[in-house]
Design a protein around this ligand. Structure first.
Ligand SMILES: Cc1cc2nc3c(=O)[nH]c(=O)nc-3n(C[C@H](O)[C@H](O)[C@H](O)COP(=O)(O)O)c2cc1C
Length: 174
């Protein structure tokens, strides 16, 4: 199926190394409705297979404005960009949508997916993800104190983990 310059592919057909894609290229996590949505940069998370479904898992701190949108909608998109959009991803990862208009400041073009989730036309890869499970990380559950000390000692709340089914994947047409 084709839609807005994209072709729908099977999640197993995603090309490239997803760990590299997430860790180094980064992604935007975007949620909301046509009325209001927000996006933020993320590079913690992953993709795999769980409960006989292709899934992603992302980690969002409760203080993020995007958190409110993820909490209040059934799903979100993950979008991936070429290197030329690094400035846009840096902006979405350093400013809050509470204080600025990220669409205006980055020049990214929002569109709404088949499922009605917000995404960006400049992305080369769009994943539509429907939430299956969410849980707040807790201090007691850490088996190794190092990440706890490094990432949760002073600033910020504990991340909430969302496991979401990858319902549709769209790759930009060559
Ligand atoms: C490279 C990079 C990766 C990030 N990864 C995450 C992440 O995985 N989870 C998270 O909660 N915040 C992450 N952030 C921080 C948010 O993107 C940042 O706090 C953002 O300003 C939140 O925007 P919002 O308040 O509009 O939601 C990351 C930031 C950068 C630059």
């Amino acid at each position: 199926m084709k839609h807005l310059g994209y072709t729908q592919i099977d999640p197993a057909e995603i090309t490239g190394n997803l760990i590299g894609l997430i860790a180094s290229d980064w992604m935007l996590v975007t949620a909301g409705s046509t009325d209001k949505f927000n996006t933020m940069t993320a590079n913690w998370g992953g993709a795999g297979y769980l409960w006989n479904k292709p899934v992603v898992f992302v980690f969002v701190r409760p203080e993020r404005y995007t958190y409110e949108f993820i909490e209040n909608t059934e799903g979100f998109t993950l979008t991936f960009f070429d290197e030329g959009y690094r400035d846009a991803l840096n902006l979405c990862g350093s400013k809050s949508g509470r204080d600025c208009d990220k669409v205006a400041e980055t020049g990214l073009t929002p569109h709404f997916t088949k499922l009605g989730y917000p995404a960006f036309t400049e992305a080369h890869l769009v994943m539509e993800c429907r939430k299956l499970y969410a849980d707040q990380l807790t201090r007691d559950a850490f088996l190794d104190g190092e990440p706890l000390r490094t990432h949760y000692s002073t600033k910020g709340g504990m991340h909430k983990m969302y496991i979401a089914e990858i319902v549709k994947v769209w790759a930009r047409n060559p």
